[in-house]
Design a protein around this ligand. Structure first.
Ligand SMILES: [Zn+2]
Length: 479
């Protein structure tokens, strides 16, 4: 646990010096007499300082609860000196009681503790000398929200204690750069208040030329990884980033940056992006309709396709789509009407597109199999599954990307793999090469507002291009 102790009143700083001097004297064990006398005199000359050092000594006692010694009457008695720091005793400094009380303003101590794995509120606070009653009272104020119960490593607790009574006066849990929850003592209980800061949003522009890969060159050009992942998702429907990338491909991106106190704290949405791939250019613009936010071409076509190309993360294609194949088990000509994706048993299988499950169960050679109807004559089939995901049953609606089952080798299979079929109006197509239909186009009503907006965004993007990027685009358009 790392503790950062900040003492509030500036006078305390002065008293630290005074107390340090005392402790140094006590520990070094100078012959009693002269020096002690000197200190006594200097302290008595200034009651304010005596007062503050009294409070400091209380602080020290709270920080080291083991130093629990009966107050000795002797000022600096040498027989109490101990080299073992854990049992070092701290003596009361005789100071006129009346004066101390009169001049003592309420002083508070503010501390910050970073939450580590395995910490709990009571563990953290009781280690700082906060009473069990106070911890209980704070928990009561948080009873329905349970923010404090869900504290996570990396978050911090800031708390203020009354130096005289040792009572907790305020506790703040800082959840992240933007959000915090504060508990303030009011009488004998605590109130709870949530604070949220709103970051300032600005637009930023970056571009990159790709000579190695999207990620290598993107990062080199100062584009954050999270943005690159998003760019890969936006353009991944049209560009295979593993196979299609050519040296000299370029991209430009207009996006939001979140600022807090002038400092960048994160990225917002990608507003628009452009990709020049192998002599072709793609543009995507983010737009929000009743159905949510998505990316569209400048003329309003969805960037997203109605199907994802591969419904599983596979290691290799173990058998291609082949209408004239010799079957590996039966050694007879038997068309392979799908593609086999080799993957470890248990790898999640995703629905390729939105649709309704028309079959989920066992079928001879297929073993455990799922068939999804996507409407418009489209159907996909997933076979040799080890098992089904929760909710995968006949009649259930599924969304593109939802995990429906797990890779296995049930039915006629020689190893764990997903056998995947893509059918259009009953005809089997090669899932690897079939032209995937675009997602539903933008509704006409939205399109009316979208087109002028898109025009404006395209202009902003064009104005941001570097001369090199603009030149590359111009040469493309000429061809
Ligand atoms: Zn197969």
């Amino acid at each position: 646990m790392r503790i950062l102790t900040k003492l509030l009143p500036a006078k305390h700083l002065l008293s630290i010096a005074v107390v340090s001097a005392f402790l140094a004297v006590a520990l070094v064990a100078l012959p009693d007499g002269e020096i002690a006398d000197k200190n006594t005199i200097s302290l008595e000359a200034n009651f304010e300082v005596v007062d503050q050092s009294q409070l400091m000594l209380q602080d020290l006692r709270q920080l080291a609860p083991t130093a629990n010694t009966p107050a000795p009457n002797v000022f600096f008695s040498t027989n109490n000196i101990n080299t073992d720091t854990t049992t070092t005793t701290i003596h009361d400094i005789p100071a006129p009681k009346a004066l101390v009380q009169k001049s003592a303003p309420p002083t508070f101590k503010e501390q910050t503790v970073e939450i580590k794995s395995g910490d709990s509120l009571s563990k953290l606070l009781s280690a700082e000398g906060i009473s069990a009653q106070d911890i209980h009272k704070v928990s009561l104020a948080d009873k329905s929200q349970k923010t404090l119960l869900q504290m996570r490593p990396g978050q911090t607790l800031q708390f203020v204690t009354d130096n005289t009574s040792g009572e907790l006066t305020s506790l703040t849990i800082v959840l992240n750069r933007l959000d915090s929850v504060t508990f303030d003592r009011v009488g004998d209980e605590f109130t709870r208040k949530e604070d949220s800061r709103t970051p300032e949003i600005t637009q930023a522009y970056k571009e990159a030329e790709i000579n190695d890969s999207l990620f290598v060159d993107g990062l080199k050009s100062g584009i954050d990884q999270s943005l690159l992942i998003e760019l890969a998702n936006i353009f991944g429907w049209d560009i295979d980033f593993a196979l299609d990338i050519r040296k000299g491909d370029s991209l430009s991106v207009l996006y939001e940056e979140q600022l807090l106190d002038g400092e960048k704290i994160g990225n917002g949405n990608i507003i628009a992006a452009q990709f020049i791939n192998n002599g072709r250019t793609y543009q995507a613009i983010r737009y929000t309709t009743d159905k949510g936010s998505s990316y569209y071409s400048p003329d309003g076509l969805a960037m997203r396709k109605a199907f994802i190309r591969t419904p599983v993360d596979f290691t290799r294609i173990s058998s291609k789509f082949n209408p004239n194949r010799l079957h590996p088990v039966f050694k007879t000509t038997m068309p392979h009407r799908g593609v086999d994706y080799a993957a470890a048993s248990g790898t999640p299988v995703k629905a390729a597109g939105d649709g309704k499950i028309s079959f989920a169960g066992k079928q001879n050679g297929y073993g455990n199999v799922v068939i999804i109807d996507h409407g418009r004559g489209y159907q996909t089939l997933y076979a040799h599954l080890r098992g089904f995901a929760k909710g995968t049953k006949r009649g259930a609606r599924v969304q593109q990307g939802k995990v429906i089952a797990y890779v296995g080798q049930t039915g006629w299979a020689t190893g764990p793999h997903l056998h995947y079929e893509f059918r259009i109006n009953g005809t089997h197509k090669n899932p690897v090469t079939v032209k995937l239909p675009n997602d539903e186009p933008m509704p006409k009503n939205d399109l009316k507002n979208y087109l002028p907006y898109a025009k404006q965004v395209v202009a902003t993007l064009a104005n941001s291009h570097s001369p090199e990027f603009a030149q590359k685009l111009a040469s493309l358009n000429k061809n």
